[in-house]
Design a protein around this ligand. Structure first.
Ligand code: SF4
Length: 179
């Protein structure tokens, strides 16, 4: 993967939230109930084990689990038989979505040759161009949130991947929420 000029940039918001703010700056996370959190952690652990088992079968070397880097923690790191250093972002969701891809791209650091999103069933490798474009959008979003928080809070961009987990009660699109 070619060097990305902003590779050392450390975003001031965690990728899990920033990925949603990139799609809609007014997104406000709904509180997580403790039972939902436990279920999420269990499903995520299962998906992580599935990814590890699959990669080890393919003779990839597991280098780290939940390593801290770029200011945040990313799920898995493998060294492929080719010698490439791979960062894996694991999701327990049945269907991998754009918001997951954006989050995975935000974890990239200069030491990673590849970034892959996986749920243990499906794998999506991210291209350098995609990672660069996400990081540009992240910088623009962080700038808006930092320099004009009022405008950010009123910039509503409805998106079916995140509206249903948003708790911004001032948003006129709250009626778009699904299940
Ligand atoms: S409900 Fe409104 S504020 Fe929340 S993500 Fe959707 S458009 Fe954005």
């Amino acid at each position: 993967m070619e060097a990305v000029t902003n590779g050392r940039y450390r975003f001031d918001i965690a990728p899990s939230l920033l990925s949603k703010k990139i799609l809609c700056p007014a997104y406000t996370p709904a509180p997580f109930k403790s039972e939902d959190r436990l279920l999420y952690l269990g499903l995520h652990a299962l998906a992580t084990l599935k990814v590890i088992a699959h990669k080890v079968r393919l003779r990839h070397w597991l280098k780290s689990v939940e390593r801290r880097g770029n200011g945040f923690r990313y799920d898995l790191e493998f060294e492929a038989p080719s010698g490439k250093n791979q960062l894996y972002e694991v999701k327990s969701a049945k269907n991998l979505k754009e918001v997951h891809k954006i989050q995975a791209a935000l974890y990239w650091t200069e030491e990673h040759d590849e970034v892959v999103l996986s749920n243990g069933e499906e794998e999506i490798p991210l291209t350098t161009e995609y990672i660069q474009s996400v990081r540009r959008r992240a910088e623009e979003t962080c700038k808006l949130l930092r320099e004009n928080p009022e405008l950010a809070a009123a910039t509503f961009k409805p998106n079916s991947e995140i509206c249903y987990i948003c708790s911004n009660l001032k948003c006129p699109f709250q009626s778009n929420r699904g299940g």
